[in-house]
Design a protein around this ligand. Sequence first.
Ligand code: IPE
Ligand code: IPE
Ligand code: MG
Length: 246
Amino acid sequence: MIIDQVKKNYIPRHVAVIMDGNGRWAELHGNDRIYGHRQGVESVRSVVEGAGELGIEFLTLYAFSTENWCRPKEEVDALMSLLVDAIVREVANLNEKNVKMNVIGNIDSFPHEVQLKLKEAIYSTSSNTGLNLILALSYSGRWDILQATRQIIRKALAGEITEEQLDEPFFIDHLSTSVVPDPELLIRTSGEYRISNFLLWQSAYSEFYFTSIFWPDFRKENLFEAIVDFQGRERRFGKTSEQIRS
Ligand code: IPE
Ligand code: IPE
Ligand code: MG
């Protein structure tokens, strides 16, 4: 079994996933795009379970980007109601699995009901101590960098900080992922090779794993495959191979 090939002493702390290909999967099955999004929820369940089994600390799922607001209104509306339904339905399961849910992104841009359900789910799972599941919703890397910059400008204008205080750790403290380590592994499904405005700052040194599998077909075994692949790589962080091995 693929899980037996995973080295248990070298599990990435943070895995991020661009869940792509729901629409094409649905088309392939002669159905509308929403059907694909609905099936995608099954994949989320499986991957959350798999991440928990491996003891991954943080799993960030890119579920809705800033740019996705530009999709046809019917699709956006359907995604919103799917989101509410899935969250309401899954909270008990998350609690049972000791999963703590959180959200990054411009939550204020969501319909009131969606915001409310998200807050309820975050609150209801807040004392869980297992996997941290982070949903990136109305998220984009540029949005994140801008909102951090705005916070810092406000502090500077209020005279709370000086220019010299602005270094990387200080900046990171203002990102929406401030308490989360950078993802060691970033997975994208559906055969697309791009970042699509996901964790731009945070993925500076992530290992990328691309698979042609459409998201609705992705299961925890595919996550394990990605981790096995990751574990076979040498991460050099600008150094030479020789330096890393010594
Ligand atoms: C990913 O699947 C889900 C969201 C972006 C919300 P897509 O809806 O992008 O599916 P494709 O890429 O069109 O197949
Ligand atoms: C990226 O997928 C966003 C999410 C998975 C939520 P898209 O399907 O929106 O990305 P592009 O537009 O093909 O780059
Ligand atoms: Mg897509």
